[in-house]
Write a protein that binds this ligand. Structure first.
Ligand SMILES: [Zn+2]
Length: 441
């Protein structure tokens, strides 16, 4: 997504200077045949233009987002109380339509008009996903993402039919329900990160399987002790017991123990301490636990201390639980004190959390049983709106095409932003898809 800041500093809405607490996002389309966002930016950036002001326009010719107000500025986009809670975004409309009265129009070039509407829809999905992350909004939550038309029905916006009127009359299958789901998918399928942060949440259900974790550790450390392989499922069960992602705990153990080789590690295997707990200075041996299960449980509890302010469900056996500033690291990336906004965290080394994320991504790319992932393989896609990109990552351009539901052959897998399981290249040559949304078969 390309975003250009074009704040409308001369518009009276800007000079009014009111701020809001963002509780939702409202999607509009401009209601006149003008695909160029810059034309709106130019015409609305005047002291005399006192009718309306929005947070962004999406250009119909290339999908560029022009941000016109800071996101928490109170906009004048929906003519009612929605202005107090919702960010307003306008999609530009095709130049080849002609309004004949109200929301009704004729169209002289359907293919071009559809292409414009698709482009703005897709850019809006990306923009709304970014804003949901930023403001910690659930895109599927009631009244969070609404169209102007839906806003009217809810009594928070004036009586307009946008943007659904555009999609319906152009014969496009888009609906606001599909839009909300697409936003959710574009957020990477995970829970929203804390406000203003992108990262991997520590609380939640594990994604990696015990088979993947075992295969990963065998590949990294062929001499790994059988007792280590046997205890791998405990990461998932102990993690689930406290609502902590057990696969994150396991990835952390891989980092802390040198893939359970304990070379150069302060702790030894017989201590059942797989996370360096209590090794607060060089030369210290750290805590010991009577069984592997208790060692893993203490690690999970310690992670929960950082990631959440919720009480433990089980009895606290983590001897250092009480020393943690509760909830200071909701995401893995913040476990490193150098990256943590409060300077708190599990470890002092630079990029500590990022190292754990990297290990977890490798685990997720591991084929349970035989590592690494052998290509080609087949995947099943159930979503109809899984987009195809030109490269492995949400930072690469969209092709504008979608897989549709079906079975597809993947010929190459690469890591990339936006998909924890990596990105798969389609055999057809159409591009890359996020494997988070595809089931290997
Ligand atoms: Zn509107």
């Amino acid at each position: 997504m390309k975003l250009i800041e074009s704040i409308l500093t001369k518009n009276p809405c800007y000079t009014a200077g009111r701020k809001i607490t963002v509780k939702g996002l409202m999607l509009h389309s401009v209601g006149c045949p003008q695909p160029s966002a810059q034309v709106f930016v130019r015409n609305w950036n005047k002291a005399s233009y006192d009718r309306a002001c929005v947070h962004a326009f999406i250009d119909g010719n290339d999908g560029t987002v022009y941000q016109c107000l800071s996101w928490n500025h109170r906009g004048w986009h929906c003519g009612a109380s929605g202005n107090n809670t919702h960010i307003g975004v306008e999609m530009c409309e095709p130049g080849c339509i002609k309004y004949t009265g109200g929301a009704t129009f004729t169209c002289s070039d359907l293919a071009t008009a559809q292409a414009v509407a698709k482009r703005t829809y897709q850019a809006a999905v990306e923009l709304f996903a970014m804003l949901c992350q930023k403001f910690n909004l659930d895109p599927l939550g009631d009244g969070v993402i609404v169209s102007h038309k839906e806003g009217c029905k809810r009594g928070i916006a004036s009586n307009h039919g946008d943007p659904e009127h555009l999609w319906t009359q152009l014969g496009l299958p888009y609906t606001m329900d599909a839009f909300r789901k697409a936003v959710k998918a574009a957020m990477g399928g995970g829970a929203a990160a804390p406000s203003g942060v992108s990262g991997m949440k520590i609380m939640g259900a594990a994604v990696a399987t015990a088979e993947q974790m075992k295969a990963y550790i065998k590949a990294k450390n062929p001499k790994v002790a059988q007792s280590v392989l046997d205890m791998v499922p405990l990461y998932l069960s102990e993690g689930a017991a406290e609502g902590v992602r057990g696969d994150i705990a396991f990835a952390q153990s891989c980092l802390e123990t040198g893939n359970f080789g304990f070379a150069g590690s302060a702790v030894t295997l017989d201590q059942n301490n797989f996370c360096g707990m209590g090794v607060t200075a060089n030369g210290l041996k750290g805590n010991s636990f009577s069984t592997a299960q208790l060692g893993i449980r203490a690690q999970v509890q310690h992670l929960k201390a950082y990631a959440s302010t919720e009480p433990l469900k089980g009895e606290c056996i983590d001897p250092r639980f009480k020393y943690v500033a509760r909830g200071c690291a909701e995401v893995v990336e913040w476990l490193g004190q150098q990256e943590n906004p409060q300077g708190k965290g599990w470890a002092t080394g630079a990029g500590y959390g990022e190292k754990i994320v990297t290990i977890l991504k490798s685990i997720l790319a591991t084929d349970g049983g035989t590592a690494p992932t052998a290509v080609p393989f087949k995947v099943r896609v159930t979503a109809t709106d899984l987009r195809i990109r030109t490269g492995p990552g949400t930072d690469t351009a969209m092709t504008g095409k979608f897989t549709g539901a079906g079975v597809f052959t993947i010929t190459e897998v690469k890591d990339g932003p936006g998909s924890a399981k990596g990105w798969g290249r389609l055999k057809s040559g159409a591009g890359w898809i996020a494997l988070d949304f595809a089931q290997k078969i």
